[in-house]
Design a protein around this ligand. Sequence first.
Ligand SMILES: NC(=O)c1ccc[n+]([C@@H]2O[C@H](COP(=O)([O-])OP(=O)(O)OC[C@H]3O[C@@H](n4cnc5c(N)ncnc54)[C@H](OP(=O)(O)O)[C@@H]3O)[C@@H](O)[C@H]2O)c1
Length: 340
Amino acid sequence: MKSVVYSRTGDPSVLGLVDRDVIDPPPGEVRVRIVVSGVNPTDWKFRLGSGDGAAPPFPEVTPNQDGAGVVDAVGEGVVDLAVGDRVWVYLAGHQRPTGTAQEFTNLPADRVVRLPEGTSFDIGASLGVPAMTAHRALTVSEDGPSRLYPGALAGKVVLVAGGAGAVGHAAIQLARWAGATVVTTISSPAKAALATAAGADHVINYRDQDAASAVTKVAPDGVDMVVEVAIAANWQLNMDVIKSRSSIAVYANDGGSELTLPVRPHMVKNVRYQFVLLYTVGDAALTAAAADITRALEDGAMPVGEDAGLPLHRFPLTAIADAHQAVEDGAVGKVLIDVS
Ligand SMILES: NC(=O)c1ccc[n+]([C@@H]2O[C@H](COP(=O)([O-])OP(=O)(O)OC[C@H]3O[C@@H](n4cnc5c(N)ncnc54)[C@H](OP(=O)(O)O)[C@@H]3O)[C@@H](O)[C@H]2O)c1
C-alpha cells in the first residue's frame, strides 16, 4: 500500500511516500481502508516537533489523526464492526505510529465509528479532532448538560470564538443542533458569511467593533458558556459578557500561551475555566462524543463544504506536504487528502 511516513521531525519536507505491507489487525483492532484523511493543526505540530530533526516517538510515523473509509478486516474479539462498514475514525495516531495518511490503517475498534447512511466520507474525515473537541467544550459547564441531543442546550447562549475555524464550525453546528443560541466572533466579512452558513445566530467581527458591547446587545442576560480558541486575547471579552456560573472551555493557545487573570471579577461571577485537550480527555468523554456526534449526523446537522460554512481544500496523498503546509498557513475551512 501507499503510505506517508516521517522518521525525523521537521518541516513538511520530512514527509515521504513509501510502499508498506498491509498488516492484519491484531485482536481488538480493525483495519480501515482510508478513503479521505483529514488534516488538523495537531498533525503538523506533532510532525514539526521541536523542528530540529529529532527522532519522533516511533522509528517511523504516519501522520494524521482523522479520516474516513471502509472497514477492510476485523481482528479477533471485535463484535461491533464488520467488513464493509463505512466509518470515521478518531485519534488514529495517538500513542501509535499509524495515522490515516496511508491506504490502510489498523486502529483499536473503539476509535472507529460507523457513519450513518448518507453521511459522506468528507464529513467523516472532518469530525475527529474538531467535533470531539467541540463536544467536550460544550459539555463541561456547571449548569449545562454532560451529553448533547436536541434540546440539551435549549435556553443557553453559547459564545464560540472563531466561528470560521474547524473547531469553531463544529461547535456552532453541535450547539445549534442541541438548541442553543449561538453568538460567534470572526475577523472578516468572508468569515462572517461562513459562520452564518454554519448556523450561528449572531456573528460579530471582533476586529472592527467593540465585541463586548456587540455580544451584550444580542445576549443582554449574558453568555452561559464560551468555546475558546484564543484565551490570552479574549479573557477580558469573555469576562465582560459571561453570566454567573458560566464556563469557559479553553482548547487552544492561539494568540498567546500565557494568561494572567484578575481574581476578584472571576470570583464574583463564579466562573469555571475548563481546559480541554482531546488526547487526555479520557475514554468516557470520547465515547460520549462519538455517540452524540453520530446522532447529530443522523439528523444531518454536521454538513461540510462552503455552503455549510466549512470550505474544503483537497489534496492527493502525493501532495501531503502541501496539505500540511496549507493547514499551518491557516487555510480557512477543512484540508482533506484523497487517499484511495
Ligand atoms: N485542545 C485540543 O484538543 C484541540 C483540538 C483541536 C484543535 N486544537 C487547537 O485549536 C486551534 C484551532 O484549531 P482549528 O483546527 O479550529 O484551526 P482553524 O481552522 O485554523 O481555526 C482557528 C480559528 O481561530 C480564529 N481565531 C484566532 N484568534 C482569534 C481571536 N482572538 N478571536 C476569535 N477567533 C480567533 C481564527 O480566525 P481569525 O484569526 O481570523 O480570527 C480561525 O478561524 C489550533 O491551535 C489547534 O491546534 C486543540
